[in-house]
Ligand binder design. Structure first.
Ligand SMILES: [Zn+2]
Length: 73
């Protein structure tokens, strides 16, 4: 018998990626689904300033993502 120690909750949260479109009201960190550019959104999603894509993926809040939002070349 195999023990099912892997949580199904982990699968549901980790494997399901909801795509967001520019103009949608949103709050949090998002990455462009095309070029990966990261933005922090407080009201609604813009078009990507880098590649003009309007498709975004939300980044779950974690202590490790805060640094990336301030990276500028
Ligand atoms: Zn982009």
């Amino acid at each position: 018998m195999s023990e099912q120690s892997v949580s199904t909750t982990q699968f549901e949260l980790g494997d399901y990626v909801r795509f967001w479109a520019a103009g949608e009201p949103a709050k949090g960190e998002f990455h462009c689904s095309d070029c990966g550019y990261g933005v922090t959104v407080y009201r609604e999603l813009p078009a990507c300033p880098m590649c003009a894509s309007i498709s975004w993926e939300q980044v779950p809040w974690s202590p490790f993502t805060r640094v990336a939002s301030s990276e500028l070349l």
